[in-house]
Design a protein around this ligand. Structure first.
Ligand code: COA
Ligand code: ZN
Length: 296
């Protein structure tokens, strides 16, 4: 049984670290491209004032090595971002909208309803260009401002974007509020007619448990970030996505195939540590793979 991992460290990870030089971003992308991972979210095309870390997205992508067999994608917040991503040559886009109106206003400066209107036009434009769109519903498991987000609200958004032609769906646990119970409840109510990917942050230590729960419920696509890169310098306690090498280590031992070479991935995580100049939280990065036997 194979599981598809999308590496999001270059985007979700680096957008939440102090800015690093373009060349370092390209070096990390290239290292990740050589790990066997099937998908990489490379950059985002957002307003440079909102996220200065992604201001050089087009230059990063122009300089990165394109590994055949890797699906690269870009995240966008709106139609303008989609136009920039298409102009840069991306054919797989992710557009984000929050289930929580308060979070959507904080993140995208408009209501959820306004973003959904924009997404309807965006999907048409992207399809016309021969590219595909995944809709990521952020704060699907809870919102730091509003608290619990009812699964029915998420399902309503999904119905709307499916009607607009979304090619794929993702549910984002933006601030690490998901638990196995919430994963089960959400998956029970959202339409599953298009491919579904889950995006967990490990803020409260439930990331791997959430993934195992989702696997049991038939989900086979997950985001993860090398080294557990990410967090937020302005939000105490915030942390990055579940670490890719922790996910891969666990999945391989459970008999799932990811196509990823764990040793190379750990090398890439070491590089990520050097680039951001701090110790990253990944346990597998610290301890090594379980097959690493220490001689007495
Ligand atoms: N990239 C670059 N510039 C953009 C843009 C984009 N994706 N979207 C809008 N702009 C520009 C517009 O062209 C306009 O430029 P002008 O003043 O020269 O005419 C200006 O920004 C204002 O446009 P507006 O639509 O009013 O945007 P805004 O100021 O309300 O900002 C977002 C909205 C969505 C662009 C901004 O909040 C954003 O980029 N958020 C992303 C946050 C993020 O990345 N979060 C983490 C990932 S989930
Ligand atoms: Zn995230």
């Amino acid at each position: 049984m194979s599981v598809s991992i999308r590496e999001v460290g270059p985007r979700d990870g680096l957008q939440n670290e102090a800015p690093v030089p373009t060349a370092a971003k390209v070096e990390l992308l290239d290292a990740l491209s050589g790990t066997g991972v099937g998908r990489i979210e490379a950059v985002s095309f957002v307003h440079p004032r909102a996220i200065p870390q992604m201001a050089d997205a087009a230059s990063v992508w122009a300089a990165a090595r394109r590994e055949p067999g890797v699906r690269y994608s870009a995240l966008v917040p709106n139609t303008k971002g989609a136009q920039r991503a298409l102009a840069a040559g991306f054919t797989e886009l992710e557009v984000v909208v929050s289930a929580s109106d308060t979070h959507n206003r904080a993140n995208l400066n408009r209501s959820t309803a306004q973003s959904l209107d924009d997404i309807t036009g965006l999907i048409g434009l992207v399809h016309e260009a021969g590219a595909t769109v995944e809709v990521i519903v952020a704060t699907s498991f809870g919102c730091p401002y509003e608290g619990d987000v009812p699964p029915a609200r998420v399902a309503g958004i999904v119905e709307r974007v499916l009607a607009a032609g979304a090619d794929r769906l993702a549910f984002g646990d933006t601030t690490g509020m998901a638990t196995p119970r919430r994963v089960t409840e959400l998956l029970a109510v959202v339409p599953r007619e298009r491919p579904v990917l889950l995006h967990f942050h490990d803020t409260r230590g439930t990331g791997l448990a959430n993934i195992v729960t989702a696997l049991d419920l038939g989900v086979t696509e997950f985001d993860a970030s090398v080294g557990g890169l990410g967090g937020c310098p302005y939000a105490p306690g915030a942390s990055g996505n579940v670490a890719t090498e922790e996910v891969v280590h666990m999945l391989h031992d459970m008999g799932y195939d990811t196509g990823i070479d764990l040793d190379r991935l750990i090398e890439a995580a070491r590089l990520a540590e050097r680039i951001v100049g701090r110790t990253l939280p990944s346990g597998v990065l610290r301890a090594g793979p379980r097959t690493q036997i220490v001689s007495a």
